[in-house]
Ligand binder design. Structure first.
Ligand code: HEC
Ligand code: HEC
Length: 350
């Protein structure tokens, strides 16, 4: 692997002049940096994935009654029909409030080493507890979620079947584990994976050129692994800070998590799978055009000045990361009963 400094020193010349690598050489290099999406659902830590748990997690993911208002489900902001995000600059949640950041896709999130733009949640189960309680998202409380679930016998049965042998399986932890199990199924193998797995024809000439540029320019020093990102933290504006319209001064990123000065404006290198269908871009969600996002990355992170053709090629390569979407049948949710807590537009006290 090349060091960032070596890489930065080399960026001025960039790849244009160098002759294209043979497919097998390019593949060897790519396999040092990336891994294909596995053929089977990945295993989770402390959470056995069973068909029952996946089905329960799916119901919870789509159930708007998990929000205080009865309006917002996970799928509201991570719409599985539109790339697993909401395609809005920043999400709109409880009371039609705008949140502070763009919603990332849940597709392949299971491969991220930490969740959120600042990596503040270590895994998907921990992550799932956040939005339920966030005042600008679902504005609910764990107690109210459990009261809602316990009011519907069908849900209690599903929890029993998903967590066999547990005396009282309807817990907030198990709620989160079921959602995590469902999210582990949301993986999207793409043409890039077919190419990594040996199919030379899976990418066209422009896409392979874009891949080569992505490697040579140094994008892959931060965007690597299964998700081409999601596994490391870097300053947004390592070489040149983007303007305040793109990097708003108020959001200091990882600094809020670690309270260490070097983490000011540090963010997780974004996972890039399905990036072509998850506009707008960056945590601020202000850039709608993927070519523009690529151009901003080249100058802000690498000090590189890409020409139009190079930007086109990298953008074409990124398009090859759009995968086969998981086929999901819309769940039929348990009917509420007289005991089901009624929706409220108020923000419940935590
Ligand atoms: C109102 C919109 C909204 C709702 C509802 C919502 N989310 Fe999110 N989600 C977001 C936003 C915005 C972020 C990024 C927040 C941040 O990084 O600070 C996010 C981040 C995530 C991530 C991290 C992905 C990554 O790449 O880091 C996952 C996973 C996720 N949400 C799953 C869920 C689940 C599961 C639910 C339901 C329990 C849910 N979300 C409900 C807006 C929403
Ligand atoms: C030094 C590390 C680093 C390098 C090098 C780098 N990136 Fe990034 N990239 C990041 C970080 C950090 C973010 C998240 C920025 C934010 O907070 O919005 C990001 C975000 C992105 C996004 C937006 C993702 C989204 O979901 O909105 C794209 C697209 C992207 N990078 C592509 C590239 C390309 C193409 C290159 C090479 C020209 C590159 N990056 C080089 C660290 C890097």
């Amino acid at each position: 692997m090349r060091s960032l400094t070596a890489l930065l020193a080399g960026t001025a010349a960039l790849a244009v002049a160098s002759p294209a690598l043979a497919q097998n050489e390019l593949r060897d290099w790519a396999l040092e940096m990336f891994s294909p999406v596995p053929a089977t659902i990945p295993a989770l830590e402390d959470n056995i994935v069973t068909p029952e748990k996946i089905e329960l997690g799916k119901a919870l993911f789509f159930d708007p009654r998990m929000s205080a208002s009865g309006v917002f489900s996970c799928n509201s902001c991570h719409n599985l029909a539109t790339g697993g995000d909401d395609n809005m600059p920043v999400s709109i949640g409880h009371g039609w409030q705008k949140g502070p950041r763009n919603s990332p896709t849940v597709l392949n999130a299971v491969f991220n080493e930490a969740q959120f733009w600042d990596g503040r949640a270590p895994d998907l189960a921990e992550q799932a507890k956040g939005p339920v309680q966030a005042g600008v998202e679902m504005a609910n409380t764990p107690d109210n979620v459990l009261a809602t679930l316990n009011s519907m016998p069908q849900y209690v049965d599903w929890f029993d079947a998903s967590f066999p042998g547990e005396g009282d399986p309807v817990t907030f932890d198990n709620f989160a584990k079921a959602i995590e199990a469902f999210e582990a199924t949301l993986i999207t193998p793409s043409r890039f994976d077919a190419w990594l797995n040996g199919d030379d024809n899976a990418l066209d000439a422009e896409e392979t050129q874009g891949l080569e540029l992505f490697l040579e320019a140094g994008c892959a020093s931060c965007h690597n692994g299964v998700n081409l990102g999601g596994n490391g933290y870097y300053p947004f504006g390592l070489v040149e800070k983007p303007g305040a319209d793109i990097l708003p001064v108020g959001d200091k990123g990882r600094f809020t998590v670690t309270e260490t000065a070097v983490d000011e404006y540090v963010f997780r290198a974004s996972p890039l799978r399905n990036i072509a269908v998850t506009a707008p871009y960056f945590h601020s969600g202000v850039v709608w055009d993927l070519r523009t996002a690529v151009d901003i990355m080249a100058s802000s992170q690498l000090g590189a000045d890409l020409d139009e053709q190079e930007i086109d090629a990298i953008t074409a390569f990124l398009g090859s990361l759009t995968g086969d979407m998981p086929e999901i049948t819309y769940p039929i949710l348990p009917a509420e009963t007289a005991d089901t807590p009624r929706p409220t537009g108020e923000v419940l006290p935590n």
